[in-house]
Write a protein that binds this ligand. Sequence first.
Ligand code: CP3
Length: 334
Amino acid sequence: MTPIQQCIIKKKINLKPIWLMRQAGRYLPEFRKIRKSNTNFIKLCLNSNLSSKITLQPIKRFDLDAAIVFSDILMVPYGLGQKVEFKKDFGPKLNNLNLEEISKIEEIHFLKKLLPIYKLIEKVNKNKLISKKDTIGFVGAPWTLLVYMINQCSPKKKLKENFFKDKNLIKKTLLILEKFLKIHIENQVKHGATIIQIFDSWAGLLEDKNLPDYIYGPTLNLVNFVKSLNIPVICFPRGIKNYKEYCKIVKPDVISIDYKINPQQIRKEIDIVVQGGLDPKILLTDKEKLKIEAKKYLEIFKDHPYIFNLGHGVLPETDPQMVDYLIKFVKSYY
Ligand code: CP3
């Protein structure tokens, strides 16, 4: 059993496994080199030779306990036929959402478009480096994908005023997403993903009264689906205020916490496995500060099954040496 599986399934507390969100990406010079000659990000994700190589780049460099599939949550809208582009210094840009068109998409067409992602997982799992580690597959939560599909770009701090205007569009899109997210999860698992993480990056944009319809209900359906495949599921509802209520209702195997939430409070209120929390900006400071902050999380969760990670992704400005330092520090803490 891998260290992460021992932590999740056996509730081992002395292992402190570690992986990092966005561990493969722009802070690595070897990634930037590939990215420079592959200007179309979607095409890069669909090139399984390159995307499997990128997935393994951080595993070659650092003593991490899991690889995360190099892909993007927006590959699902892409698979549904909504055009997605990634513009430099702007982020994702999506075409208008056409309900009639996405309603017509059939499973076999969706799978054909996303097949290279499943091939990438197979390739990664064949590599010796991964034999005692997990391969983390992922999806965006229905709510976060809905935000991108309707808003057509990152919402930054708030939703468009008329976001909820077309209730029919929202209801039907959420149902389509649920169906295809299950298909995407099932195929990642079939091809070798050993854990699924559900990213709900824009959970914090909703008012409390809307949480049941847009987050709790749709995410619980996915969590139950992953559990039916006998694979652990990690949820990352970034920015929500009430992690306790979320865990009580959605019941993931692991809750990944963001950097704004007080870890002491989480330790007191939550009894499931916890992941993450450290502010990725700490990696931009110095080793002394990094050590103090990482130690804070290790101490708070010393008697609790805990997977070390950040409270959001590694920032592109990060020095890889700081990442190396963090991993070595966590690994040698006990
Ligand atoms: O290393 C890993 O974590 C695996 C790969 C991964 C990417 N995106 C690659 C990527 C994962 C797990 C994601 C998830 C993702 N994508 C999320 C959820 C996590 C989060 O950050 O909140 C979201 C919201 C997206 C959507 C997305 N993709 C945005 C907003 C952007 C542009 C801004 C940014 O962070 O770069 C992307 C592009 C993207 N996805 C890049 C990478 C490596 C950068 C591409 C580039 O320009 O080189």
